[in-house]
Design a protein around this ligand. Structure first.
Ligand SMILES: [Zn+2]
Ligand SMILES: [Zn+2]
Length: 251
């Protein structure tokens, strides 16, 4: 099947009402995924660092959610906030240990009160965050409000065996040539870096719809085998690596 017509079997970036500004429930998101023939979704809720975000104990609280809902595997995750240029996170390690998949994002901007630094400072914060064993990827690092050296982020993710998130919301509709999203994807292609394509769904109809990103990746001849969440089997393979990595940290 052409990449542009594919739906990832696992959506690695989704939100529910507990994120504070998303509008569907776990059950609604799972039903949408099932209707689209998908196999899993990662719950990646906003942490408490953004107004209205999930509580600090959300990772532990997620254990109440069954492994599957409506036949869809629910991977317990968070979109943790990077709170400052030191790379401090809004969820402590004793909570991060409950996660199956961790995204960390720098949601800088007037409405969050989180302040980004210079390009060099933000790059350093991203690199430090990637080195946190519980974190699998940086969310939307191509966000222009947080300038960074994208190539340095790609190289560090590769060195650590982690993923680069390619976020569908970062891809404009229409011509994507020359965009920062394209630049980021081209760097992943150049360095043979594995990626996860996330929709960042804040409403259930957005679940699994990475069509703008996938069309762009098809246009730049991005190798589909580098997209770990296109199939559940490949994503599970990554999670197995993650377990081994955590063992090596003795945690
Ligand atoms: Zn985000
Ligand atoms: Zn998000």
């Amino acid at each position: 099947m052409k990449l542009s017509q594919s739906i990832p079997e696992v959506d690695t970036h989704t939100h529910t009402v507990i994120s504070g500004h998303a509008w569907s429930t776990v059950t609604e998101n799972a039903a949408e995924a099932a209707a689209k023939g998908m196999k899993g979704i990662c719950l990646t809720e906003h942490g408490p660092g953004v107004p209205g975000g999930a509580p600090v104990f959300a990772p532990h609280s997620q254990l109440m959610i069954p492994e599957t809902v409506g036949g869809i595997r629910i991977y317990k995750g968070m979109e943790v906030n990077i709170m400052d240029i030191e790379g401090n996170l809004d969820i402590p390690e004793k909570q991060l240990q409950y996660l199956e998949f961790g995204i960390a994002s720098f949601h800088a901007g007037g409405s969050t009160g989180i302040v980004a630094g210079t390009e060099a400072q933000n790059t350093e914060a991203y690199i430090k965050t990637l080195q946190n064993p519980w974190i699998d990827t940086i969310g939307h690092a191509d966000e222009p409000r947080v300038p960074c050296d994208l190539e340095a982020v790609v190289l560090e993710a590769g060195r650590l065996g982690k993923l680069i998130e390619l976020n569908n919301k970062r891809v404009p509709s229409g011509d994507t040539t020359g965009t920062r999203a394209e630049q980021y994807a081209l760097l992943c292609k150049k360095h043979n870096q594995r990626v996860c394509v996330g929709t960042d769904a804040h409403f259930h109809t957005m679940i699994g719809d990475a069509s703008r990103m996938l069309a762009m990746l098809e246009r730049i001849d991005f190798p589909p085998e580098l997209i770990v969440n296109l199939t559940m089997e490949r994503f599970e393979g990554y999670l197995q690596e993650r377990k081994e990595r955590l063992k090596a940290f003795n945690i």
